[in-house]
Design a protein. Structure first.
Length: 488
């Protein structure tokens, strides 16, 4: 049986993205009823004073998705840059302006010889420095490229003739925009694409203390650096940072170039995690010389401030996304909640209706949340509660997302086999339903039955993470538990 998580073709950098499945979907934070009364003080002979009734805490809203498709257009991705929200449709980039899209006249080249092109990400600031990273549709000849859509700048393609190539990122240092990339012909490169031409020396393996033979040296390329750039970023003040593995295998590290002297130092990050994954996101923090570094692989956010890194508290469940508001507020999202970092801790601000992997969330200057998911851009509006709560009349167990290429009459034999030994199987209804994609779940008669079947599934199906919700699917496809299995 094939399953997949709902996905969005969202790539923060032009380097190939890491595929994510629905495995490991954490449980949503349970909702708690607000207190309905307060305790009374001991009796007194004096006339009692009216005690103020405490205000019930405001319940975090549950989002629902409202598709953003003005004028019949269908943007597929959304990005927050300095001063604007940008969307992508095909080879075009536009700015969200109220309820419409203001399209930029310039479009990216179409690599027709390589099967066409696609946009990987949008960066920069509005209106004078909007940048785009794109590549071809041919995996053997990706030709990762940079192009300035507005303002002055040069274009750059790594390995244009085909073969290995990747882009690690963009970073402003002073008035110069630096591009980091790799080509099979020239190895790792820093290329200034906007502003004055400057150079940044990367430490050699010998300078960084790597042992002989630790770093592979290709005899046909320039000497490899001690840290091969996998992600590039900077602070507002211009301190540039390159993330990668020190001496290839020693663990995560950051090479940091001083904003004044341009000289670099290397900071070992292995105290925070043995691995931060193949790439990280740099998020602009409010201070001039600070930045947040987010790793979804390690479910970790590091704060660079006062010339050093410190780890922020983790969410209860693994982080899937992190983003910053125009006001400089830091947000993090797990599978089911959206949280804001306040006073040294995370505060729940909203709940997600469903788990969307490989999706990107942003917030605009007016506090409106947006998300790009399943090749569609949505506004997030307040909707009905879906997390289970007392008094729920429609308890429901969400099982997992269904692969888009499964047959329409697929009967999920492995799942039915696991459920067949559940004592109350006759009281369950297995249904496939659609909520931004194909999903599978169980209608259950009560909270207790739902909790019991969740325990049974976890014991009998490896790596499954069913969740108890309050939900009644619309137009579900009922799947007979005892019919002959169709498929594998």
């Amino acid at each position: 049986m094939r399953r997949t998580a709902l996905s969005l073709s969202f790539v923060a950098l032009a380097a190939s993205s890491v595929a994510c499945g629905n495995k490991g979907t954490p449980s949503p934070v349970p909702e708690k009823d607000a207190p309905t009364s307060v305790s009374s003080a001991a009796p007194s002979d004096a006339a009692p004073l009216a005690a103020p009734v405490p205000e019930a805490p405001k319940e975090a809203p549950t989002f629902q998705l409202e598709e953003f498709a003005p004028g019949g257009r269908h943007p597929t991705d959304i990005y927050a840059i300095e001063g604007a929200l940008m969307v992508v449709e095909g080879l075009r980039v536009g700015r969200i302006e109220g309820d419409r899209i203001e399209w930029i006249d310039k479009t990216i080249p179409d690599f027709l010889a390589y099967g066409g092109s696609h946009i990987n990400s949008v960066h920069g600031r509005w209106p004078d420095a909007v940048d785009v990273l794109y590549s071809s549709n041919n995996g053997r000849a990706p030709a990762p490229s940079y192009m300035p859509l507005t303002g002055k700048g040069g274009t750059m393609t790594f390995q244009p003739g085909g073969g290995a190539g990747a882009i690690a990122g963009l970073a402003w240092t002073g008035d110069t925009l630096m591009l980091a990339g790799y080509s099979g012909e020239n190895g790792h490169q820093f290329v200034p694409v906007r502003g004055p031409v400057i150079t940044r020396h990367r430490q050699t393996p010998a300078e960084a203390g790597c042992k002989k033979g630790e770093v592979y040296q290709n005899e046909y390329q320039p000497p490899a650096p001690a840290i091969a750039p996998e992600s590039l970023g900077s602070t507002r003040a211009g301190t540039m940072m390159s993330y990668g593995s020190l001496c290839e295998k020693r663990g995560p590290a950051m090479e940091i170039w001083d904003k004044v002297t341009g000289k670099s130092r290397i900071v070992d990050l292995s105290e925070f995690a043995t691995s931060l994954g193949y790439w990280v996101h740099f998020l602009r923090a409010p201070g001039d010389d600070e930045v947040w570094v987010f790793s979804d692989s390690a479910s970790l956010i590091l704060h660079y401030v006062n010339d050093k890194f410190e780890a922020l508290p983790k969410l209860e469940n693994p982080m899937t996304d992190a983003f910053v508001s125009p006001k400089g507020e830091l947000y993090a999202r797990d599978a089911w909640t959206v949280n804001r970092f306040e006073d040294g801790k995370w505060k729940l601000v909203a709940r997600m209706p469903w788990h969307y992997t490989r999706s990107s969330m942003v917030i605009d200057k007016d506090g409106q949340f947006w998300i790009g998911a399943a090749l569609t851009v949505y506004k997030l509006k307040e909707g009905p509660r879906i997390a289970y709560h007392e008094g729920c009349a429609t308890p429901f167990v969400f099982l997992y997302d269904v692969s888009y290429d499964n047959a329409k009459d697929f009967t999920f034999p492995s799942t039915r086999k696991a459920l067949a030994t559940f004592p109350g199987v006759d009281e369950l209804s297995l249904v496939e339903f659609y909520e931004g994609g194909r999903r599978l779940g169980l209608k259950v008669p009560s909270k207790e039955q739902g909790e019991a079947v969740i325990a049974h599934i976890k014991a009998n199906m490896k790596d499954e993470h069913p969740v108890l919700l309050c939900y009644d699917p619309k137009k579900p496809r009922n799947i007979e538990m005892k019919t002959k299995a169709k498929g594998k």
